[in-house]
Write a protein of this length. Structure first.
Lengths: 278, 299
């Protein structure tokens, strides 16, 4: 009997140790990135790696005052923001129609939307590159907004369709009987009902656009670069890579999304698995 | 058949119109490009060359190599992530309090932009000043790796034997939390009575997991599997930023090779051919995804 209890305790302790180790494994690199953004170049290169040091704000002030990071922050914000707004607007209309109206070949439409999420990025880059080139909008923010909308719109439509399906019909039917217009039902009843769904979709769309690097690196140039592109530009440095500035840029990229993710943590899985898991 | 409100489908029209322009048109363009050859000289126009690109692709050993690397990368990453994610989910699903604290912390890597993931790990694994490299070296890890047959262990991303495993580890680091969250959602959906009944019948912890929990998690695993499949095949940003497919093509998954053909070699036609192939395979897998999910819901 006693042996049983000892075995159980040991298993529990063992599990706890493994869990703690895993948590450290996942969190440490992010903590390290944040920590290094306050290091001077000397502190950055010193071995063994140091955890306790006199922090400096030099990297941040360099990024803000000399490298004009807020200009690129706003580029990112504009591209991610506008594509999210378009995706939400058209997506909620389309999602509602898919959930409520009698539309032929719904399965095919749904499938087509999901395939745009599956297209390998390299595959999408090519035609867009040539199309933008011929339209002469290649290095503008407009081009980037268009590209981001091309994958955020189907994603938003799909997600919001799922959220609308989850709301009860009775309230809407009652409102229609009370003389409300069909669009009014959409605007005043259905939409407010899925507010958490709207927020989740918005944050996820924003995150995909904000974090994007591949499209941004091909479709932007000096003035129109977004934050991820700025971060990677340092890698081409001829001399030592200024890791302090890279990690500081990382903070600018990571923290907004981290906050957003915390906000929608309840619906994160629903969003990322396209509604397959609730 | 659920009742429907008689709303015209016009609300869907703007979306369809947008998508038709943004996805159907480029797709047709892409297919057309796969039958052409683009010249680097601005004056010479691109030429229609029929199926030459496709014939070349089938006989190209570099492409075969890329597929092999892609499969190695994909299978290893997927196995690692599913195993680790499931273990994590099993470790924390019993305690609600733990879930609320641990799950968000472990999930943080998913929010970091892939380009920064690549750069961050370059910093951690740099042979001269990387923290992880330093500690692994001190612990004799590289010495051990050399003993068991890995060559070129002086650096990680510059090593043709360590580069791909490193990328697999990085991908696992970033996306295992997703598996954990998916399995967690599946686990919490299992009614407690079933598991309790099994333990009353005398089943040990491990037996309960094997014979009660896992069968019920089957569709959950399939969702996790297919979501990760689509992403592992498509994304190459981390690879691009850390190794760019090297050293010596050791990490050149097909997606990376498509980018290289298009933007380094300007062989846009050939790149389109590769792209259409990859897209076709991904869509095929996606069909399986939709079919399995809808079958799961009908059940």
């Amino acid at each position: 009997m006693f042996l049983e209890q000892i075995k159980e305790k040991m298993v529990k302790v063992g599990a706890a140790i493994i869990l703690i180790a895993l948590v450290v494994w996942f969190v440490f690199p992010l903590f390290w990135m944040f920590l290094c953004s306050f290091k001077s170049p000397q502190q950055m290169y010193s071995l063994p790696p140091i955890f306790f040091f006199k922090p400096t704000l030099a990297n941040y002030s360099e990024m803000i005052f000399r490298r004009d990071i807020f200009h690129f922050f706003f580029n990112s914000l504009i591209c991610a923001g506008i594509s999210t707004i378009i995706a939400l607007t058209l997506g909620s209309l389309g999602g509602y129609a898919l959930a409520r109206a009698r539309i032929p070949r719904k399965q095919d439409i749904a499938f087509w939307m999901i395939t745009t999420r599956m297209a390998p990025i390299a595959v999408v880059l090519l035609p867009f590159f040539l199309i933008f080139l011929s339209l002469r909008i290649l290095y503008t923010l407009t081009a980037l907004v268009i590209v981001y909308t091309s994958f955020n719109l189907p994603f938003a439509t799909w997600l919001l369709w799922g959220f609308f399906e989850g709301t009860p019909l009775e309230i809407e039917e009652a409102a229609l009987c009370d003389g409300c217009s069909k669009f009014g039902v959409f605007r005043k009843i259905a939409l407010p009902l899925i507010t958490p769904g709207l927020v989740t979709t918005a944050i996820l769309c924003f995150m995909f656009a904000w974090n994007d690097f591949m499209f941004a690196s091909v479709f932007t140039t000096r003035q129109t670069m977004t934050l991820p592109v700025i971060a990677s530009n340092y890698m081409a440095a001829k001399r030592a890579i200024p890791w302090g500035q890279v990690t500081a840029t990382g903070s600018f990229v990571f923290i907004p999304i981290l906050l957003g993710g915390i906000l929608i943590r309840r619906y994160f899985i629903t969003g990322l698995t396209l509604g397959a898991i609730k | 058949m659920s009742k429907k409100i008689p709303i015209e489908g016009w609300m869907l029209l703007p979306t369809i119109a947008f998508l038709a322009v943004l996805s159907i048109y480029p797709f047709i363009y892409l297919i057309r490009m796969s039958f052409m050859e683009f010249s680097r000289v601005p004056d010479r126009p691109s030429q229609f060359i029929g199926v030459k690109n496709w014939a070349n692709m089938i006989r190209d050993p570099l492409i075969v190599h890329s597929w092999i690397v892609t499969i190695k990368y994909y299978v290893t990453s997927l196995c690692l992530q599913i195993v680790l994610g499931t273990i994590l989910a099993l470790l924390i699903y019993r305690t609600k309090a733990l879930q609320g604290v641990i799950a968000p912390m472990i999930s943080a890597p998913m929010f970091l932009a892939p380009v920064l993931v690549g750069l961050l790990w370059r910093l951690l694994l740099d042979p001269s000043y990387g923290a992880y490299f330093y500690w692994m070296n001190r612990l004799g890890f590289f010495h051990f790796l050399e003993k068991i047959g890995f060559s070129n262990v002086k650096s990680v991303f510059g090593s043709n034997s360590l580069a791909l495993p490193a990328l697999i580890v990085i991908n696992t680091w970033q996306w295992t939390p997703l598996i954990m969250l998916i399995v967690l959602a599946g686990l919490t959906a299992i009614p407690r009575e079933l598991v309790e009944a099994a333990s009353i019948d005398g089943a040990s912890s491990l037996q309960r997991i094997r014979f009660v929990v896992f069968p019920l998690l089957k569709s959950t695993f399939i969702v996790a599997l297919l979501i990760r499949t689509m992403d592992l095949i498509r994304f190459f940003t981390v690879i691009f930023v850390t190794t760019a497919g090297g050293p010596a093509d050791a990490t050149k998954i097909l997606a990376m090779r498509i980018y290289e053909n298009a933007f380094s070699f300007y062989k846009l036609g050939y790149a389109s051919t590769l792209g259409v192939t990859l897209l076709g395979i991904t869509i095929f897998l996606g069909i399986a995804f939709v079919r399995v999910i809808s079958r799961g819901e009908a059940a």
